[in-house]
Write a protein that binds this ligand. Sequence first.
Ligand code: SAM
Length: 251
Amino acid sequence: GGTLYIVATPIGNLDDLSPRAARVLASVDVVAAEDTRHSGRLLQHLGIQKRLIALHDHNEKDRAESLIALLEGGQDVALISDAGTPLISDPGFVLVRIARERGCRVTPVPGPCALVAALSAAGLPTDRFLFSGFLPAKRAGRRAALEGLGRESATLVFYESPHRILDAVADMEAVLGETRELVLGRELTKTFETFYAGTIAEVREALEADPHGSRGEFVVMVRGFESTGREDDSSQLDVDRLLQLLLPELP
Ligand code: SAM
């Protein structure tokens, strides 16, 4: 059978595509892509012409089956997403899962990944981190998710879109407290790459003051919970915060 290559592509700077990624994309029979128009442009930039098949969250099961048929027929397939590493807050899980179940060879071609790039330069502890993808889009769900992570001691990492970044940081301030350390990595590897770092309150103020603050894509990194050792105080604090959060929701 053929091989399924999971190929990382740039998160902004095209020079970050590895020579091996380019070689694999040039050599496979089929490229499965989240957005065939977007990926068509990348392949064109590389001077590669390929059969492109769309694979996104809505059709992944069906498309996975037809891609597996190609693999079983001996064709090589590369999976790419719009940016960075497939399966990391991107489609591909169903395909990789089924491919492995059917005994197909699956192999990674590693490269850019926004969360790893952001963590590597943020200055927060990286020995233990918890990547939690995108927070819920609505305030109540987002606050509940943050509440559930409030006592996590590992560094927390999220993805966030430009139109929700201010709301998300405001909710972090309300739920995690204004003094917790926060680092935002914005537009990584691109012309307007920016890091914002400080307490949650300081970062919120900096974002609000920056006219371009909420433009672009963000990786959000929060320092993990550090216990004071005063168990009574901290549990009291939690009850207060919980009340604060629940009161506006009560009839
Ligand atoms: N698979 C990708 C990866 O490996 O990082 C992530 C895909 S996810 C759909 C897109 C999110 O990743 C964006 O909303 C943003 O949070 C983050 N992201 C992607 N590129 C970025 C960049 N250049 N700078 C900052 N964040 C980025």
